[in-house]
Design a protein. Structure first.
Length: 275
């Protein structure tokens, strides 16, 4: 298992692929961020790219800037310097669509499962029978058929996150951003939701960038695990210090977590975070 710290020269994470290869789906070049309100320099020199179909997970210590980086990729936060490109274009000029799921499901409590999932299409002004068909197909995909008329207060934590995932995917985005999507769930539900996410992604392929605190979850779900760390001490800005291509067969089975190969990945990622 190879560990490489220089992402600028790392295969799939190179800023430009071989001649004739299309632009990566997402590219970040020398991204840095300073919070204007307090002057905190949180990120520095972030350069990476993701090809279509990648499942990339970002790990690191609490407060290091993982969610900030995810928000920058999603256009929810503008970087202080550097650039984000979608298929080689400025995101404002690109047709690439993005879905986002946060740790809290953020469902509207006065809307049913059906109406929460339908919301993105409603905001886009889409109407007609195709909307009803897509909403019901998405609810079925996440395993919630029969709960269409349930309100968020009537759903378990895992069910609510399924609704949030369905809502994020209803407009068929090219990129799905997951910010600790299972962080508020108990351990068993979290494991089950990880497996459900892989099942949903097999049925509806999408490029995924996820933030998590769980090293096991990162290894189990991902093609690539990135480590965000502050290389010059805890008060210095963070950058991507290590990357781990996860060469485990798909479809992933939960029995894999007990294999020596899986545990080797876990130990290596944990060591990189501590270092």
């Amino acid at each position: 298992m190879a560990q490489e710290g220089n992402i600028e020269t790392a295969g799939v994470f190179a800023a430009q692929g071989p001649a004739g290869q299309s632009d990566p789906l997402v590219t970040l070049r020398n991204v840095a961020h300073v919070f204007a309100d307090n002057g905190t320099h949180v990120l520095t020199d972030i350069s990476l790219s993701m090809q279509g179909g990648d499942f990339t997970t970002l790990v690191g210590s609490s407060g290091i800037g993982k969610s900030t980086l995810l928000r920058i990729i999603g256009g929810l936060l503008q970087p202080s310097s550097g650039e984000v490109l979608f298929e080689g274009q400025n995101p404002k000029e690109s047709d690439l669509t993005v879905g986002v799921v946060f740790q809290r499901d953020n469902l509207m409590p006065w809307r049913t499962t059906y109406d929460n999932v339908r919301l993105p299409l409603e905001l886009r002004g889409e109407k007609g029978n195709h909307v009803d068909r897509r909403v019901r197909e998405m609810i079925d995909l996440v395993g919630l058929t029969g709960s269409e008329e349930s309100y968020p207060a009537q759903l378990s934590g895992g069910m609510a996150q399924r609704v949030a995932i369905a809502r994020a995917l209803i407009h068929r985005p090219s990129l799905l951003l997951l910010d600790e999507p299972f962080g508020s769930l108990d351990a068993l539900t979290r494991e089950r939701m990880g497996q459900e996410l892989l099942r949903i992604r097999r049925a509806m392929p999408v490029t995924v960038f996820m933030v998590t605190h769980s090293i096991s979850e990162a290894v189990f779900l991902s093609d690539m695990v990135l480590v965000l760390g502050a290389v010059n001490g805890p008060s210095s800005p963070a950058t991507i210090t290590d990357r781990f291509p996860i060469d485990l067969p798909r479809p992933r089975r939960f029995e894999m977590v007990r294999t020596p190969e899986f545990q080797e990945y876990e130990v290596a990622v944990r060591s990189a975070i501590r270092t």
